[in-house]
Write a protein of this length. Structure first.
Length: 373
């Protein structure tokens, strides 16, 4: 099953109720106590929902975390004996958190309007536009947009994540303990470089290697920032932890910005560094030194409970005519940054970590983390 969903904070529940009453098609259904028990899972979300007046059910769902309407895929299974299922899942997976709330349901066409008073978190309103045989995706989107337009000025801030992520973030802040952050990468070079930049922050840094079985995020964005967000959203959605990810590449002036977002796969899907460098040198074979300007660009993304931020770093330089140096990786042996005669492949880690595009992006990301952690 699928919904188109979005959630907002709710500054004045009574004011919203009065506004809903002014729309003839809106029908009040109920106000009930609800308890959601979330279990640890490497993909998506898995929970048992216990609601007054309804049979308990097991719900598994997948959805992106962003502050705009998004499609949620879910399955709902009624439970004859939820306590037995609870015990089994608790033993197999472990409980991640429990969220208790009073849920009030209103209906508008195919849209379910949940006014929620969530324990420890406050008031929210969630809209679920149900996609079905009777209501296709286009009509579901149109009905949601009509309702949101009618309620403009009555809603608070759109939230990119669910109650679980908000609760976990609140508990981490209250505990004062080191916050666990997951880097959306398997790359040991990035882990070392970013760990040095974030040194001194009260964080424990994990990578995707600490979560076997997590799927790789599909880099379908058209910019470095879009791809970084896709990776960070995926890591956050699958772990429940603050996620930090980046996407970077080389932009060559004489090649109209290529290879750009395709830097890693410039010579093929194998992501072969040496093959990429050979292809780049071949493309610039007849380009004179004065026109071999280039830049490395890095976009870093932070996604967590109620947070979604990006930062960017750029370093200018030039492409030399043959590889030099065995340090670094990727295009480092071909790129000489401005002000230096040596390439990134020759410069030591201390200098590179001070002036590189990734260092510049993650120093900005560090400033963001200092404010939100």
């Amino acid at each position: 099953m699928q919904n188109i969903e979005i959630k907002y904070t709710l500054p004045d529940p009574q004011r919203l109720r009065r506004r809903l009453q002014a729309l003839p098609e809106v029908r009040f259904q109920f106000r009930r106590r609800q308890r959601d028990i979330y279990f640890k899972t490497p993909q998506g979300r898995l929970k048992i929902r216990v609601q007054e007046g309804e049979p308990p059910c097991l719900i598994e769902y997948h959805r992106p975390d962003r502050s705009e309407p998004r499609i949620s895929d879910f399955t709902l299974t009624p439970l004859a004996d939820y306590r037995q299922t609870l015990q089994e899942l608790q033993a197999q997976r472990g409980i991640l958190a429990e969220v208790e709330k009073w849920r009030e349901l209103h209906l508008y066409r195919n849209v379910r309007i949940h006014i929620d008073e969530v324990q420890k978190l406050g008031w929210f309103v969630e809209f679920e536009s149900v996609i079905s045989r009777e209501t296709g995706p286009a009509e579901a989107q149109a009905n949601l947009e009509t309702l949101l337009a009618f309620l403009a000025g009555y809603l608070g801030e759109a939230r990119p994540s669910g109650y679980l992520e908000l609760l976990l973030g609140q508990e981490n802040r209250a505990s004062g303990a080191k916050k666990r952050i997951v880097l959306g990468t398997h790359n040991a070079h990035k882990l070392l470089e970013i760990s040095q930049i974030l040194r001194g922050l009260p964080v424990e840094i994990l990578t995707l290697n600490d979560f076997p079985g997590l799927p790789e995020a599909e880099e379908t964005g058209q910019t470095f920032a879009e791809n970084a967000l896709l990776k960070a959203r995926s890591a956050f959605a699958h772990t429940g932890l603050f996620a930090l990810a980046d996407d970077s590449g080389l932009e060559v002036d004489a090649l109209a910005g290529a290879p750009g977002i395709y830097s890693a796969r410039y010579a093929g899907a194998e992501k072969d560094y040496a093959a990429n460098n050979r292809k780049l040198l071949a493309a610039l074979k007849n380009v004179p030194d004065e026109r071999r300007g280039a830049q490395f660009r890095c976009a870093a993304a932070i996604v967590g409970p109620g947070a979604e931020e990006t930062a960017e770093g750029i370093v200018r330089g030039r492409i030399i005519r043959e590889p030099r140096g065995g340090k670094g990786f990727g295009y480092d042996p071909l790129f000489a940054p401005e002000g230096y005669a040596h390439t990134f492949g020759e410069l030591g880690e201390e200098i590179k970590n001070r002036i590189s595009h990734r260092a510049r992006a993650f120093r900005k990301a560090r400033e963001i983390l200092e404010k939100i952690l």
